[in-house]
Design a protein around this ligand. Structure first.
Ligand SMILES: Cc1cc2nc3c(=O)[nH]c(=O)nc-3n(C[C@H](O)[C@H](O)[C@H](O)COP(=O)(O)O)c2cc1C
Length: 161
């Protein structure tokens, strides 16, 4: 197989031209505690059955909790939740400290103020390059009105209209 000559930083910048929302995928760990991280790799995959995916860096500490879990939640962030996005991308602190959340139907952590919550049963996990792709079948979904937090060219953005 030919190896790519695309330099990593160049690849990152090209991909950063794709504007995304921001999610916090969460699981309830076998330690009984909520765990989660900031992710913009979320994608809807299939309508029937309803399926989504997230890509998790194999080097992330949080991945062990996702590998051990049979279900996860996707929390889609609202425009004012930028601090929460930074908090769940940072290290050296308890990410859930002071964060309002409640267990969903599957017991997965649902973060207050998110504009959508998707509760997923893990369908399959594929190792692709340096990430693991977690596919989830959506068993419960809720959403509310509200503007999304956006991410473009490495910066947070919001809808202007
Ligand atoms: C805007 C944004 C999007 C991110 N998207 C992802 C992602 O899709 N997958 C991923 O593995 N890490 C992503 N990260 C990085 C993780 O949030 C962070 O590196 C991860 O939580 C590592 O922490 P841990 O090793 O303590 O688990 C993103 C970070 C930011 C700020």
């Amino acid at each position: 197989m030919p190896s790519s000559s695309v330099e990593p930083n160049h690849f990152r910048k090209a991909c950063a031209q794709f504007a995304t929302g921001i999610t916090i995928p969460t699981v309830l760990g076998s330690d009984g505690k909520p765990h989660g991280f900031t992710a913009n790799s979320f994608t809807s995959v299939s309508l029937s059955p309803p399926m989504v995916l997230i890509c998790v860096d194999n080097k992330a500490n949080v991945i062990e909790h996702f590998r051990a879990a049979s279900s996860f939640a996707i929390n889609i962030l609202e425009a004012q939740q930028q601090a929460l996005s930074n908090r769940f991308a940072g290290r050296g602190h308890d990410r859930f400290e002071g964060v309002d959340w409640k267990p969903g139907e599957l017991g997965v952590p649902l973060i207050e103020g998110a504009i959508a919550h998707l509760e997923c049963k893990v369908n399959q996990v594929l190792e692709v390059g340096d990430h693991s792709v977690f596919f989830g079948e959506v068993l419960f979904a809720q959403f509310s009105d509200g503007a999304p937090l956006l991410y473009f060219q490495g910066r947070y953005e919001s809808l202007t209209s």
